[in-house]
Design a protein around this ligand. Structure first.
Ligand SMILES: Cc1cc2nc3c(=O)[nH]c(=O)nc-3n(C[C@H](O)[C@H](O)[C@H](O)COP(=O)(O)O)c2cc1C
Length: 270
């Protein structure tokens, strides 16, 4: 999917494990009109082969990103994408925006995006904000999905916020809401690199006896990191921990070590 020439006025790139960021991107798109919504996972092969992703934005067009927050920073797929993205006409873009979709707080995600936009394309975000959506991080003790009531509250609040964000993007109306959270330096600059180095492996994933070999995990994995072997998922070693597989499994058959047996599951349903 290289060398994309976008004719629409606004192009929105998103990445999503459990559907929250996809929903935010698609809702924004519906409100904004005249735009194209592009899944960053579609560039998987280019990114894996370290090929540049060249895009041309319509003159005076808008360019946007919608991304989940991982460990108070950028989800690895988004980070890699930004490091491969080569905008052919950065000077003709009218506005660059990003919406960070978190469970609670975003830490250094925005700064990390701006650093990469600057380094690889010499551009900066003109507008950014966060939206809190239900938590999906369940593969570490002490974390977990939100109680159902909180999940519903977050979803309802997001439905009110997204139109305001669309208005801010399109019309420049005031909207300031980026929940950075406490100790952003510690979390974003110290914990994030450690998280990326030590916790991304997929060795602890397995399918228990409830697995019926439906293959939804294989289809859902945006990193093409799952192959069915003898009707059972096999993880191939390049997981980015988006957790699509574990949350989408219709039989709750995917587990992560001994951590997730009692944890809830979540994915965005319309
Ligand atoms: C690996 C991982 C790390 C996460 N780290 C954070 C975090 O630092 N801050 C936060 O508020 N939410 C964090 N979350 C929760 C997600 O950002 C949140 O649930 C988001 O809405 C998921 O979006 P998605 O459904 O588009 O993947 C994390 C989730 C995962 C899978």
């Amino acid at each position: 999917m290289q060398n994309k020439s976008i004719k629409q006025f606004i192009m929105i790139f998103y990445f999503s494990g459990t559907g929250n960021s996809k929903h935010v991107a698609q809702t924004l798109s519906g409100l904004i009109g005249d735009n194209e919504v592009i899944n960053i996972a579609d560039f998987h092969d280019d990114i894996a082969n370290k090929k540049d992703v060249k895009i041309t934005v319509k003159n005076d067009g808008f360019l946007g990103f919608v991304s989940p927050v991982h460990s108070w920073g950028l989800a690895l797929t988004v980070k890699r994408f930004l490091e491969r993205l080569r905008i052919q006409n950065p000077q003709s873009i009218k506005k660059i925006f990003s919406v960070f979709v978190c469970g609670d707080t975003c830490g250094k995600a925005m700064e990390m995006m701006n650093e990469r936009l600057k380094k690889y394309n010499n551009i900066q975000l003109d507008f950014y904000c966060s939206v809190q959506m239900p938590n999906n991080y369940i593969v570490m003790k002490g974390f977990g999905t939100d109680p159902k009531e909180l999940e519903q509250q977050k979803l309802s609040k997001a439905e009110i916020e997204i139109p305001k964000i669309a208005d801010a993007i399109l019309n420049g109306s005031e909207y300031k809401n980026y929940v950075i959270g406490p100790k952003p330096f510690l979390k974003g600059r110290i914990i994030y690199p450690l998280f990326m180095k030590f916790t991304l492996g997929d060795k602890k994933f397995f399918a228990d006896n409830n697995c019926n070999g439906c293959g939804l995990c294989e289809k859902t994995c945006p990193e093409k990191n799952i192959k069915l072997e003898n009707n059972r998922p096999k993880w191939l070693g390049h997981c980015v921990k988006c957790l699509a597989c574990i949350h989408r499994c219709p039989k709750t058959a995917i587990q992560y070590g001994d951590i997730t047996q009692t944890m809830g599951r979540y994915y965005f349903k319309k």
